[in-house]
Ligand binder design. Structure first.
Ligand code: DGT
Ligand code: CA
Ligand code: CA
Ligand code: ZN
Length: 607
């Protein structure tokens, strides 16, 4: 057989959907639905279409029947047809014409029929597919009447009010389309993990209580705790998948069902995010969890290791010949591959495989390891709770200390403190500390500041004031547009100040909103090392600043970090979880994070 390019089912499904989309634009009868149907079937297929073409595995989508069939196929005793076009035609809905196109796709990586359609209709349908309320017919209409080719064009036309004249576009639908476009532009369709997590957890709880459901896990990038996620991947153990799928597809949160199958469904939620659900039998659960956690690159590496050992690893298990040798848990899969267990946050192909092989994996900081919070605001600047309320909320969460780090006077918008109010605030901190001590709480409120770094690198408070704080944080909140050299110099100067303990949110980015300011992170890390300045991992979900990659650099350079929640409300203290997640993604251990230490040791680490 000729050389083939591997294409996974998702990719094959997508080209079928694209053909369906163009044909529908052209107003062709029946055919679009046929391609659409095939796209759905292939998406839901348990076998790789690639394998079917190559070896002739037959389509079968019965729950729980895959593992033995896969095994048979592997051992060469599979008695089905011998692959090729005929095997493709055994897939429901696939006739000879679609089979030929799939074959062409596997052989050449392209389909001429689709390429011709793309030439004829030079519109970016992949952009439009993601937008609610804009279907193929509309796209054609917009293209022919207004020359709209992509989302940018459409947005411009909407804003210039060009669409109003066209039939079928009410004010409400225009507004909806615009909102949908804005979300996609801002985020590339990706949601900030910490903002969407509460919804994911609710969903998880709902699914857990369905009858027959034994276990629910959130997999994919959400399990790896990536800062943003493209969609939600949910994995369920249940012996009876149908009621689970029915429940899932009919939840009120669902806007649209893309694919509905017995073991695999995909929906668009009303919040704009997509969710994939897979129901898996218990014996394959670890393998499925491992596969759907990713990352894709990590999976590929694992599969290669399996291959070298003469095994085969897929989402159903680890196989030696026809025998499944692991699959129930992730741990046993890693073990059989000769690797230590790798935490999900590390599965990004950043050297974790090598480290797991050599027993050199770090012992990551745990989600319960923080003993204090070094970045907390109160009503004294722009927070919503009093010092006492923040302290009590911290106690409830098991912390032993917090730093009240309200803004300094330069930050007028945040009601920053001047020297006079600062003295009053310290009195209040002393009073609350005394009160808590009397109640027998083993808890300490430390006096801190999030002091502005001014444009020239000097601090918003004099050294005389700064040295009276227990903990001094320094932040850039203005002049974001300096050149890299100027910005780096400015921050260096602040770090060289003997009273500055922590550089807060070192790069200033706001995920999906604001790029980081231009700054040399390597230089910052070098100066942090020289001056003994702590670099913050700000935990607010759309900051996560330092980010994972930079945290790893700090760990390697032995620069210490702190995890701050940046809470402006008592419940924000829980955001520290995302800071820990980010620290874990950067391979940080307890020794790297100063507020994972007892208060005395932490304070000694400061300048
Ligand atoms: P996302 O959704 O863009 O934030 O990122 P992920 O990692 O959640 O990716 P997603 O949802 O496309 O797929 C979930 C996991 O499924 C992914 O992490 C690994 C696995 N996976 C998906 N497609 C492939 C593939 O083509 N090959 C391999 N080896 N694994 C895949
Ligand atoms: Ca995902
Ligand atoms: Ca997914
Ligand atoms: Zn700040």
């Amino acid at each position: 057989m000729a050389q083939l390019t591997y294409k996974n089912n998702k990719e094959i499904s997508l080209v079928c959907r694209e053909i369906a989309y163009f044909l529908e634009m052209e107003g062709v009868a029946f055919k679009p639905r046929a391609y659409e149907k095939v796209a759905e079937v292939i998406f839901d297929l348990s076998e790789d279409v690639f394998d079917i073409y190559l070896q002739g595995a037959q389509y079968q989508n019965k729950f729980g029947t895959r593992q033995p069939r896969t095994a048979k196929r592997l051992s060469g005793r599979f008695s089905g047809s011998r692959g090729g076009l005929k095997a493709l035609e055994s897939i429901p809905g696939v006739g000879v014409s679609i089979a030929e196109k799939v074959e062409e796709f596997l052989k050449t990586g392209k389909i001429k029929y689709l390429e011709d359609l793309k030439k004829k209709w030079p519109v970016k349908i992949e952009e439009f597919m993601a937008i609610e309320g804009v279907g193929p017919k509309t796209v054609r209409h917009l293209y022919e009447k207004l020359g709209v080719k992509n989302l940018n064009d459409l947005e411009l036309a909407l804003k210039k009010n060009k669409i109003s004249g066209l039939e079928g576009f009410g004010e409400k639908s225009q507004e909806k389309i615009l909102k949908s476009i804005e979300f996609h532009k801002k985020s590339g369709g990706r949601a900030v993990l910490g903002f969407i997590m509460p919804e994911i957890k609710k969903l998880e709880e709902k699914l857990k209580i369905i009858k027959g459901v034994e276990r629910v896990d959130i997999a994919g990038s959400a399990r790896r705790k990536k800062e943003t996620i493209g969609d939600i991947d949910i994995l369920i153990i249940s012996k009876n998948s149908k009621p689970v799928m029915d429940f899932f597809a009919n939840m009120p949160e669902v806007e649209k069902v893309f694919a509905y199958g017995e073991t695999k469904s995909a929906v668009r939620l009303k919040n704009g995010l997509d969710a994939d659900l897979r129901v898996v039998p218990p014996e394959s659960y670890g393998a499925a969890l491992n596969y759907f956690t990713g990352s894709k690159e990590h999976n590929i590496a694992l599969r290669e290791i399996a291959g070298k050992k003469g095994y085969k690893l897929n989402e159903y298990g680890l196989f030696k010949g026809s025998k499944m040798i692991a699959g129930k848990t992730e741990e046993e899969i890693y073990e059989k591959l000769g690797l230590r267990y790798i935490e999900p946050e590390m599965r990004e192909m950043q050297g974790e495989i090598e480290a797991a092989k050599n027993g050199k994996l770090p012992k990551l900081i745990g989600y319960k390891d923080l003993m204090g919070d070094l970045h907390v605001h109160s009503v004294w600047s722009d927070g919503s709770n009093s010092i006492e309320e923040m302290a009590r909320a911290a106690i409830e969460r098991g912390l032993g200390y917090i730093v009240i780090s309200d803004h300094s006077k330069h930050l007028g918008v945040a009601h920053g403190l001047d020297e006079k109010r600062l003295k009053q605030q310290w009195k209040e901190i002393d009073a609350v500390n005394k009160k808590l001590e009397k109640e027998g709480e083993d808890f300490k409120i430390l006096k801190g500041t999030e002091c502005d770094i001014l444009k020239d690198g000097s601090m918003d408070f004099s050294d005389e004031i700064l040295k009276q704080f227990d903990v001094v944080g320094a932040s850039v909140h203005s002049s974001f547009n300096l050149s890299e050299e100027e910005q780096t110099e400015r921050i260096k100067k602040a770090m060289e100040n003997k009273n500055v303990d922590i550089l807060c949110h070192p790069t200033g980015r706001i995920i999906n909103q604001r790029e980081p300011y231009k700054v040399s992170i390597d230089e910052i890390i070098k100066v942090a090392k020289e001056t003994g300045t702590i670099l913050e991992i700000n935990s607010f979900p759309n900051r996560l600043d330092l980010k994972d990659e930079y945290i790893k650099k700090c760990v390697e350079a032995e620069v210490k970090m702190s995890i701050g929640s940046d809470a402006h409300l008592f419940s924000h203290l829980d955001c520290a979880e995302y800071g820990v997640a980010q620290a874990r993604r950067g391979w940080a251990e307890k020794k790297d994070i100063i507020n994972a230490w007892p208060i005395e040791k932490m304070l000694k680490m400061l300048k």
